[in-house]
Ligand binder design. Structure first.
Ligand code: COA
Length: 396
């Protein structure tokens, strides 16, 4: 990463109001601030390591499934055979949306932002959930399953609605990932496509105290409810500095593909204009994001399956250029963009798909927060005017 190092930023000191003493400057963006303990996931930014409940993400990507990973995040351990079957069954049983939510979904204007639809319908599900305000752990666990089961059908249901196509019923023999692709495209995915998408869901399921997870924890720490926490998280994920980056990457790749300009020249011009290149850089990783390693491989594999490696080639060139020019690595969003695109997923659904995986992590964090809760309420450094006297309207 280029620029001022985080430690020097954190160590910067500013004079106090009367200039007589120095006090620490605020850690802008809360960089480097440890706000709580967690046992859900941990990131080693300099070694490029991510683990969920002690299991390395590479191990999970190779051997686990999204359903099993969700159980691991919620329960803190891998399930035995019976527990795995039970969580799979619960996720299947809970995936039907309440009729009120379906009616609202189908009344959404077709041009709506899919993240805004997802945020709205998720919030609306609470209205028909008798458990909505129960913050006891068993109720939270039930709602974690319900929310995780229902986010995918909301995303697919809205896509079918905006296309004027009929909503499809899930297929029993397909797992969570395969069903989503079927509900979205109306075609059963190949086993390879389903496995790639399943691993994408595993890779996105949790990531420490990222912005959306933190907002979910802040919300429930007031003793609000899990739906409010997940709705806050969805609003936070929507932004282009967080979950929205994968969509921005795809727009950039398609624009570059259409322009005929060399990717290196195009990226150089953007950097000269001081633009941030989406899909690069990370607050925590200062080396390769371990999730990018898998997504790069998927992007390449899907390109060769389709007999068209141009998107992958272009991505590789951009990645090499960013390393050479800025010493910045690609993040999870860079190759997830071309992976999702080649799976036939529309660009504006990339962030909702991120959400349908991350909801497993958000709900695990809600349970952890409420198991040992304290209101989250930081302070700010006031830099505005002081001691002004009120001036009447006539005298202003
Ligand atoms: N393109 C170009 N330069 C970048 C960059 C990018 N994507 N990401 C970071 N940098 C540069 C910054 O310009 C800055 O340089 P400077 O100190 O000379 O000004 C330096 O690296 C540090 O960046 P900063 O924005 O302070 O880091 P941050 O920790 O606040 O932000 C991100 C992290 C992720 C928000 C930032 O890297 C970014 O905007 N990336 C693009 C969006 C993205 O892909 N988000 C998804 C993250 S998973």
């Amino acid at each position: 990463m280029t620029g001022t190092s985080s430690s020097s930023k954190e160590q910067a000191r500013s004079p106090s109001a009367d200039g007589s003493s120095a006090k620490p400057a605020p850690a802008t963006g809360l960089e480097g601030v440890v706000v709580a303990q967690t046992s859900i996931s941990t990131i080693d930014g300099s070694a490029g390591k991510l683990s969920y409940r002690g299991y390395d993400i590479h191990d999970l990507a190779e051997h686990s499934t999204f359903e099993e990973t969700a159980f691991l995040l919620w329960e803190g351990r891998l399930p035995d055979r019976g527990e795995l079957e039970a969580v799979r069954r619960e996720l299947r049983e809970q995936r039907a949306l309440p009729p009120e939510a379906v009616a609202l979904l189908e009344s959404a204007p077709r041009q709506s932002n899919p993240m805004a639809v997802l945020r709205t319908i998720t919030s609306a599900i609470a209205l028909t959930d008798p458990d909505a305000d129960d913050n006891a752990q068993p109720a939270l666990r039930r709602k974690a399953v319900r929310l995780t089961a229902q986010l995918g059908p909301i995303v697919a249901g809205f896509h079918r609605h905006r296309q004027g196509a009929a909503r499809l019923e899930p297929r029993e023999h397909l797992d969570y990932a395969g069903n989503f692709l079927y509900l979205l495209n109306g075609r059963e995915p190949t086993p390879e496509e389903a496995r790639i998408f399943d691993v994408c869901l595993i890779l996105h399921a949790d990531h420490g105290f990222n912005a959306s997870t933190f907002s979910a924890r802040v919300t429930v720490a007031t003793l609000s409810d899990i739906y409010s926490g997940v709705t806050s998280a969805l609003g936070t994920l929507k932004g282009s500095l967080h979950g929205g980056a994968n969509e921005a990457v795809m727009k950039m790749l398609l624009e570059l593909q259409g322009s005929g300009e060399s990717p290196e020249d195009a990226i150089r011009r953007r950097l000269e204009r001081k633009e941030k290149i989406s899909g690069f850089g990370h607050r925590v990783y200062k080396t390769e994001d371990p999730r990018a390693t898998h997504l790069r491989r998927f992007s390449e594999e899907l390109g060769s399956q389709r007999g068209d490696g141009t998107l992958f080639e272009m991505s590789r060139r951009i990645e090499a250029f960013m390393r050479a020019e800025k010493d910045i690595y690609s993040n999870v969003d860079f190759y997830s963009a071309s992976t999702y695109y080649q799976l036939g997923i529309p660009t504006d659904l990339f962030t909702p798909i991120f959400a349908m995986s991350r909801v497993a992590g958000w709900t695990a964090h809600v349970m952890e927060q409420l198991a040992n809760n304290r209101l989250i309420r930081p302070r700010s450094e006031y830099v505005g005017e002081r001691n002004l006297r009120y001036v009447s309207l006539e005298q202003r």
